[in-house]
Ligand binder design. Structure first.
Ligand code: GDP
Ligand code: IMO
Ligand code: MG
Length: 427
């Protein structure tokens, strides 16, 4: 019963979509377990490029059943438009399963996300504005709306009333906005019910039965380890658990079922939105990484902040996720640098620190201590095996592996499915 978790080891956008799609042909189920349409996962198949937000990247593999688990927050309008966009491009989406326990991102959650960010001003998180935080807040406050509520008008109305009771006070009195009408929200949500009905299922049962029957299930994380609400750079995080434990709660499987945890790791570092980032570059190298790596957000179109590889973060990701493997992506982007600095430790208030500090203030003060590795100039995009890489590229990979604490089992040398060097099999 192989169950694999595939997650981001840094601040998101590591290439999870490509990695998931690559495995999609060999797995029976791909399950999203947290986050929502704040994610932007790019998959390149031949000359076709897909940007997925809510749908698991397994949707593009015909033999694979894509599942949206209970831990995901779902904006029904986004889900339906993503499905119809794929249908128009000839992708069959009929196998999709949607947990009846997943929470719904309502229009008022989106409004609250945007107004709170505006209200925070300089202290804003830089959210994607998709209603993610407020929807998870409603879930924890027990005033959330779940997919199953769309099928009982009376319960739905009571729940929307309960949620809007306080929110309308806040919106009108604090934020100077118009109150949101309960009837309008209920009507909009009911309008999605029939369209979503064919997909709604007891996904926990389906996934566990699949594992009992020795089928292969892949859990696909959104965001990344450092954006985790518990283990990330709080408060500059998302409102869910992308780390490995999130796969258990967000899909309803026991930890004993998980056999492999693969961390997707970019060969350098990027971040979108606010928050600390020790290796961030503000110079021509940062600009070059952004340009060569195409580092622009898939969801919001914002430029990604770019910096050198940070081994302290990679070690931390290995620890909090119990990583068994890394998938190192975008190695090709580093081609052409004569030397490549890698952050091996931090200097914090005059002291050398080897591990990620738990204190937010310490992390804000962390300055990278770099070791410089020799670069390479050969084109590596056609490399099919590790030995095809030039020596300096091989040494770079080996150095990262040693510093990061888990084997690098695959290397991305381009965005396409086949632009991958597989070192150890994931299955
Ligand atoms: P995700 O959110 O983790 O799925 O990552 P994104 O899709 O937001 O960003 C990763 C970007 O890098 C996408 O444009 C991918 O097509 C691209 N990509 C993934 N792996 C590689 C790689 O090995 N090399 C290059 N050059 N691009 C890659
Ligand atoms: P994928 O899955 C990168 C960031 C936002 C913001 C913070 C909180 O493509 O890797 P939110 O809207 O979640 O409340 O925003 O988290 N963020 C991401 N950054 N990749 C993502 O997803 C992200 N999803 C959220 O930029 O800083
Ligand atoms: Mg992304």
């Amino acid at each position: 019963m192989p169950a694999l978790v595939l997650l981001g080891a840094q601040w998101g956008d590591e290439g999870k979509g490509k990695a998931t799609d690559l495995l999609g042909g060999s797995v029976d189920y791909v399950v999203r377990y947290q986050g929502g349409n704040n994610a932007g996962h790019t998959v390149v198949v031949g000359d076709q490029k897909y940007a997925l937000h809510l749908l698991p990247s397994g949707i593009l593999s015909p033999g694979c059943t894509p599942v949206i688990g209970n831990g995901v927050v779902v904006d029904p309008s986004v889900l339906l438009s993503e499905l119809s966009g794929l249908n128009e491009r000839g992708v069959d989406t009929s196998k999709l399963l949607l947990s009846g326990n997943a929470h719904i991102i309502t229009p008022y959650n989106v409004t609250v996300d945007k107004v709170t960010e505006r209200f925070l001003g300089k202290r804003k998180i830089g959210t994607t504005g998709r209603g993610i935080g407020p929807t998870y807040a409603d879930k924890i406050n027990r005033v959330g709306i779940r997919v199953q509520d769309l099928y009982d008008e009376s319960i739905l109305t009571q729940k929307v009333e309960a949620a809007l009771d306080v929110k309308n006070q806040v919106l009108t009195k604090l934020y100077n906005r118009r109150a949101i009408a309960v009837d309008q929200v209920v009507e909009e949500l009911l309008g999605y019910a029939d369209k979503l009905a064919p997909f709604v299922a007891d996904t926990v049962l389906v996934i566990n039965k699949a594992l009992e029957n020795d089928q292969v299930v892949l859990f696909e994380g959104g965001q990344g380890t450092l954006l985790d609400i518990d283990h990330g750079t709080y408060p500059f995080v998302t409102s869910s658990n992308p780390t490995a434990g999130g796969a258990c709660t967000g899909a309803g499987v026991g930890p004993t079922k998980i056999s492999r945890v693969i961390g997707i790791l970019k060969a350098y570092t990027t971040r979108v939105g606010a928050g600390p980032f020790p290796t961030e570059l503000f110079d021509a190298d940062g600009e070059a990484l952004r340009r060569i790596g195409g580092e622009r957000g898939v969801t919001t179109g914002r430029d990604r902040r770019c910096g050198w590889f940070d081994a302290v973060i990679a070690r931390y990701a290995t620890r909090v996720n119990g990583l068994t493997d890394f998938f190192l992506t975008k190695l090709d982007v580093l081609t052409g640098w004569e030397e490549i600095p890698v952050c091996v430790a931090y200097e914090i208030d005059g002291k050398r620190v080897e591990e990620l500090p738990y204190s937010q203030s310490d992390f804000h003060h962390a300055k990278p201590i770099y070791e410089t590795l020799p670069g390479w100039s050969e084109d590596i995009t056609k490399a099919k095996s590790f030995s095809d890489l030039p020596k300096n590229a091989r040494d770079y990979v080996k150095a990262l592996e040693e510093m990061s604490g888990a084997p690098i089992s695959a290397i991305g040398v381009g965005p396409g499915r086949d632009e991958t060097i597989q070192i150890n099999s994931f299955l």
